[in-house]
Design a protein around this ligand. Sequence first.
Ligand code: FES
Length: 226
Amino acid sequence: MIIYINDKPCEAEVGDLLLHAAQRHNSHIGCICGGNGICQSCFVYIKEGAESLSQPSEEEKAFISEKLFQDGGRLACQTVITGAGTIKVLSRAENLRRIVIGLNVPGFITYAQTIGYNVLNKLPGGAANVVSRVMEGKLNPADSIGKIGNSIGYGARLAVHTATENLPILQIPLSVISGAAKGVFDTASGLVCTVSGGQLHLPGSTCSSHETQQTKPVESITITVK
Ligand code: FES
Protein backbone atom coordinates (compact mmCIF):
# COMPACT_ATOMS: atom_id res chain seq x y z
CA MET A 1 0.00 0.00 0.00
CA ILE A 2 1.03 3.63 -0.48
CA ILE A 3 0.81 6.08 2.38
CA TYR A 4 1.65 9.79 2.24
CA ILE A 5 4.14 11.31 4.65
CA ASN A 6 4.58 15.06 4.19
CA ASP A 7 2.84 14.55 0.82
CA LYS A 8 5.57 12.12 -0.28
CA PRO A 9 4.28 8.68 -1.38
CA CYS A 10 5.85 5.91 0.70
CA GLU A 11 5.50 2.16 0.23
CA ALA A 12 4.26 0.56 3.46
CA GLU A 13 2.66 -2.61 4.77
CA VAL A 14 0.26 -3.52 7.52
CA GLY A 15 2.45 -4.01 10.61
CA ASP A 16 4.87 -1.18 9.70
CA LEU A 17 5.64 1.60 12.14
CA LEU A 18 4.94 4.99 10.56
CA LEU A 19 8.49 6.01 11.52
CA HIS A 20 10.06 3.09 9.65
CA ALA A 21 7.98 3.73 6.53
CA ALA A 22 9.17 7.36 6.58
CA GLN A 23 12.80 6.40 7.08
CA ARG A 24 12.79 3.91 4.21
CA HIS A 25 11.69 6.70 1.87
CA ASN A 26 13.71 9.59 3.30
CA SER A 27 10.59 11.45 4.30
CA HIS A 28 11.55 13.53 7.26
CA ILE A 29 10.19 12.53 10.65
CA GLY A 30 12.51 13.17 13.62
CA CYS A 31 13.67 10.28 15.84
CA ILE A 32 16.19 11.57 18.36
CA CYS A 33 15.59 8.83 20.95
CA GLY A 34 15.63 6.10 18.31
CA GLY A 35 11.98 5.13 18.80
CA ASN A 36 11.97 4.76 22.59
CA GLY A 37 8.99 7.03 23.08
CA ILE A 38 11.01 9.61 25.01
CA CYS A 39 11.85 12.60 22.83
CA GLN A 40 8.60 13.33 20.93
CA SER A 41 10.66 14.45 17.94
CA CYS A 42 8.67 11.91 15.88
CA PHE A 43 5.40 13.73 16.63
CA VAL A 44 3.09 13.73 13.60
CA TYR A 45 -0.43 14.85 12.71
CA ILE A 46 -2.63 12.15 11.16
CA LYS A 47 -4.49 14.02 8.44
CA GLU A 48 -6.33 11.01 7.08
CA GLY A 49 -6.66 7.31 7.91
CA ALA A 50 -6.58 7.25 11.73
CA GLU A 51 -8.87 4.21 11.60
CA SER A 52 -6.09 2.26 9.85
CA LEU A 53 -3.66 2.83 12.73
CA SER A 54 -3.07 1.26 16.15
CA GLN A 55 -4.57 2.74 19.29
CA PRO A 56 -2.36 5.22 21.19
CA SER A 57 0.25 3.51 23.38
CA GLU A 58 0.83 4.28 27.06
CA GLU A 59 3.88 6.32 26.04
CA GLU A 60 1.76 8.46 23.73
CA LYS A 61 -0.91 8.95 26.38
CA ALA A 62 1.80 10.05 28.80
CA PHE A 63 3.22 12.69 26.45
CA ILE A 64 0.35 13.89 24.26
CA SER A 65 -2.45 16.14 25.58
CA GLU A 66 -6.11 15.56 24.75
CA LYS A 67 -6.07 18.68 22.58
CA LEU A 68 -3.19 17.34 20.46
CA PHE A 69 -4.90 13.94 20.17
CA GLN A 70 -7.96 15.75 18.84
CA ASP A 71 -5.73 17.48 16.28
CA GLY A 72 -4.59 14.03 15.12
CA GLY A 73 -1.36 13.97 17.11
CA ARG A 74 0.58 10.68 17.39
CA LEU A 75 4.16 9.53 17.91
CA ALA A 76 5.33 7.91 14.68
CA CYS A 77 7.65 5.53 16.57
CA GLN A 78 4.65 4.12 18.44
CA THR A 79 2.05 4.06 15.68
CA VAL A 80 1.57 0.87 13.69
CA ILE A 81 -0.38 0.50 10.44
CA THR A 82 -3.13 -1.98 11.28
CA GLY A 83 -5.22 -1.94 8.11
CA ALA A 84 -5.26 -0.94 4.45
CA GLY A 85 -6.61 2.46 3.50
CA THR A 86 -5.54 5.97 2.66
CA ILE A 87 -3.17 7.32 5.30
CA LYS A 88 -1.82 10.87 5.20
CA VAL A 89 0.66 12.10 7.78
CA LEU A 90 2.28 15.49 8.39
CA SER A 91 5.34 15.69 10.65
CA ARG A 92 5.55 18.45 13.25
CA ALA A 93 8.71 19.84 11.66
CA GLU A 94 7.06 20.00 8.23
CA ASN A 95 3.92 21.55 9.70
CA LEU A 96 6.00 24.28 11.34
CA ARG A 97 8.02 24.82 8.15
CA ARG A 98 4.81 25.40 6.20
CA ILE A 99 3.48 27.82 8.81
CA VAL A 100 6.71 29.84 8.74
CA ILE A 101 7.13 29.80 4.95
CA GLY A 102 3.47 30.81 4.52
CA LEU A 103 4.02 33.68 6.99
CA ASN A 104 0.98 32.38 8.82
CA VAL A 105 1.17 34.48 11.99
CA PRO A 106 -2.20 33.40 13.51
CA GLY A 107 -1.28 29.79 12.68
CA PHE A 108 2.08 30.20 14.40
CA ILE A 109 0.49 31.69 17.54
CA THR A 110 -2.01 28.81 17.73
CA TYR A 111 0.82 26.33 17.15
CA ALA A 112 2.98 27.85 19.89
CA GLN A 113 0.07 27.97 22.36
CA THR A 114 -0.85 24.32 21.74
CA ILE A 115 2.71 23.06 22.04
CA GLY A 116 3.35 25.22 25.12
CA TYR A 117 0.17 23.91 26.75
CA ASN A 118 1.19 20.35 25.94
CA VAL A 119 4.68 20.77 27.39
CA LEU A 120 3.39 22.36 30.60
CA ASN A 121 0.73 19.75 31.18
CA LYS A 122 2.34 16.56 29.95
CA LEU A 123 6.03 16.91 30.79
CA PRO A 124 5.69 15.66 34.41
CA GLY A 125 3.58 12.68 33.27
CA GLY A 126 5.97 11.94 30.43
CA ALA A 127 8.99 12.05 32.73
CA ALA A 128 7.23 9.75 35.21
CA ASN A 129 6.48 7.34 32.37
CA VAL A 130 10.16 7.19 31.40
CA VAL A 131 11.29 6.67 35.01
CA SER A 132 8.78 3.89 35.64
CA ARG A 133 9.80 2.11 32.40
CA VAL A 134 13.46 2.23 33.46
CA MET A 135 12.58 0.87 36.90
CA GLU A 136 10.46 -1.91 35.42
CA GLY A 137 13.32 -2.87 33.12
CA LYS A 138 11.31 -1.97 29.98
CA LEU A 139 13.73 0.80 29.04
CA ASN A 140 17.47 0.21 29.09
CA PRO A 141 19.47 3.50 29.30
CA ALA A 142 22.54 1.93 27.62
CA ASP A 143 20.42 0.59 24.78
CA SER A 144 18.76 4.00 24.47
CA ILE A 145 22.12 5.73 24.07
CA GLY A 146 22.99 3.30 21.25
CA LYS A 147 19.70 4.09 19.55
CA ILE A 148 20.33 7.81 19.90
CA GLY A 149 23.68 7.29 18.15
CA ASN A 150 21.95 5.44 15.31
CA SER A 151 19.40 8.24 15.04
CA ILE A 152 22.12 10.86 14.72
CA GLY A 153 23.69 8.81 11.92
CA TYR A 154 20.34 8.47 10.20
CA GLY A 155 19.69 12.21 10.60
CA ALA A 156 23.03 13.03 8.97
CA ARG A 157 22.31 10.72 6.01
CA LEU A 158 18.84 12.22 5.61
CA ALA A 159 20.29 15.73 5.66
CA VAL A 160 22.77 14.87 2.88
CA HIS A 161 20.06 13.12 0.86
CA THR A 162 17.64 16.05 1.23
CA ALA A 163 20.32 18.58 0.36
CA THR A 164 21.39 16.78 -2.81
CA GLU A 165 17.74 16.30 -3.78
CA ASN A 166 16.87 19.98 -3.37
CA LEU A 167 20.09 21.80 -4.27
CA PRO A 168 21.03 21.07 -7.90
CA ILE A 169 24.58 22.38 -7.38
CA LEU A 170 25.28 19.44 -5.08
CA GLN A 171 24.47 17.04 -7.90
CA ILE A 172 27.53 18.22 -9.88
CA PRO A 173 30.27 15.54 -9.76
CA LEU A 174 32.69 16.03 -6.90
CA SER A 175 35.73 16.25 -9.25
CA VAL A 176 34.17 19.27 -10.98
CA ILE A 177 33.41 20.97 -7.66
CA SER A 178 36.89 20.32 -6.25
CA GLY A 179 38.54 21.55 -9.49
CA ALA A 180 36.53 24.77 -9.39
CA ALA A 181 37.20 25.20 -5.69
CA LYS A 182 40.94 24.74 -6.24
CA GLY A 183 40.94 27.42 -8.95
CA VAL A 184 39.17 29.85 -6.65
CA PHE A 185 41.54 29.03 -3.81
CA ASP A 186 44.64 29.51 -5.97
CA THR A 187 43.39 32.90 -7.15
CA ALA A 188 42.47 33.98 -3.63
CA SER A 189 45.71 32.81 -2.08
CA GLY A 190 47.68 34.87 -4.63
CA LEU A 191 45.79 37.97 -3.54
CA VAL A 192 46.26 37.64 0.19
CA CYS A 193 49.42 39.14 1.65
CA THR A 194 51.58 36.45 3.20
CA VAL A 195 53.15 38.97 5.60
CA SER A 196 50.03 40.57 7.06
CA GLY A 197 47.93 37.42 6.52
CA GLY A 198 44.89 39.54 5.83
CA GLN A 199 45.57 42.49 3.55
CA LEU A 200 44.95 42.09 -0.15
CA HIS A 201 47.38 42.50 -3.02
CA LEU A 202 44.78 44.13 -5.21
CA PRO A 203 45.58 44.77 -8.90
CA GLY A 204 46.75 48.32 -9.43
CA SER A 205 47.53 49.02 -5.80
CA THR A 206 50.20 47.95 -3.36
CA CYS A 207 49.70 46.05 -0.16
CA SER A 208 50.12 48.63 2.60
CA SER A 209 52.11 46.17 4.74
CA HIS A 210 54.80 45.80 2.10
CA GLU A 211 54.69 49.43 1.15
CA THR A 212 55.19 50.40 4.77
CA GLN A 213 58.00 47.93 5.32
CA GLN A 214 59.89 48.62 2.13
CA THR A 215 59.61 52.32 1.46
CA LYS A 216 58.51 54.59 4.27
CA PRO A 217 58.79 54.38 8.02
CA VAL A 218 55.69 54.82 10.13
CA GLU A 219 57.43 57.53 12.15
CA SER A 220 60.95 58.63 13.05
CA ILE A 221 62.49 59.43 16.42
CA THR A 222 65.84 60.99 17.31
CA ILE A 223 68.06 59.20 19.83
CA THR A 224 70.80 61.22 21.43
CA VAL A 225 73.70 59.41 23.13
CA LYS A 226 75.66 61.34 25.73
S1 FES B 1 11.56 8.78 18.24
FE1 FES B 1 11.62 9.64 20.24
S2 FES B 1 9.56 9.57 20.85
FE2 FES B 1 9.50 8.67 18.92
